[in-house]
Ligand binder design. Sequence first.
Ligand SMILES: O=C[C@H](O)[C@H](O)[C@H](O)COP(=O)(O)O
Length: 235
Amino acid sequence: MDQLKRQAAARALEEVRDGMQLGLGTGSTAKHFVELLGERVAAGLKVIGVPTSEATRADAERCGVPLTTLDEIDHLDITVDGADEIDPELNLIKGGGGALLREKIVAAASDRMIVIADDSKWVPTLGKFPLPIEVIPFGLGATRHAIEKAFAACGVSGQMAVRKAKDGHVFVTDGGHWIVDAQLGRIADPASLARALSAIPGVVEHGLFIGLASSAVLAGGEGIRVIERRKPKGD
Ligand SMILES: O=C[C@H](O)[C@H](O)[C@H](O)COP(=O)(O)O
């Protein structure tokens, strides 16, 4: 599996050109991209990156990838990031590693988002992977109630749980928020659910990435597939 993730990362690296400003994703697949990018930088490639998490910042620094922020620059050429699920419209579930908020900000600031994954992430319909919803701890009971209403309005339902870290404490995101993971099973209309969740005041962001991915690089036993999004970015 790790080999497939690295192959997908290597294929995405072929899209990177000298002088590009890059969004650097988070997770085990994106980490391969950062490592391979570091090798190219050591060989003379001139790029600058914006990390989507503190973990990726540390990886990029270790690999010698020069970094900046979206305060210093306001636009990126390509973001390369992993995903937890990818559907045929290139809608995504992201946030299994808790980095969804910065990942979405960075993807939205990019001309192109290339998703890299092993082909186990390719699904006909999103929802088997628990949907991460980043919330403000204040008023969580009311926010959960509003989320349940949004689920009902969008024809989905399922158990919700506040994410815990390995040490048993509540998982806290890089932005200081909590994550509620929702076991929905099948999300028939991810765009409607994304809109409904975004309208809830206590929801900071959610892991549905709709219309952000430009292409997906999927590595499997039979080789690499590159799937391009048909609609323009944002649609
Ligand atoms: O918050 C984490 C990110 O959305 C990851 O890109 C996603 O969870 C996929 O991670 P991995 O490549 O480790 O499966």
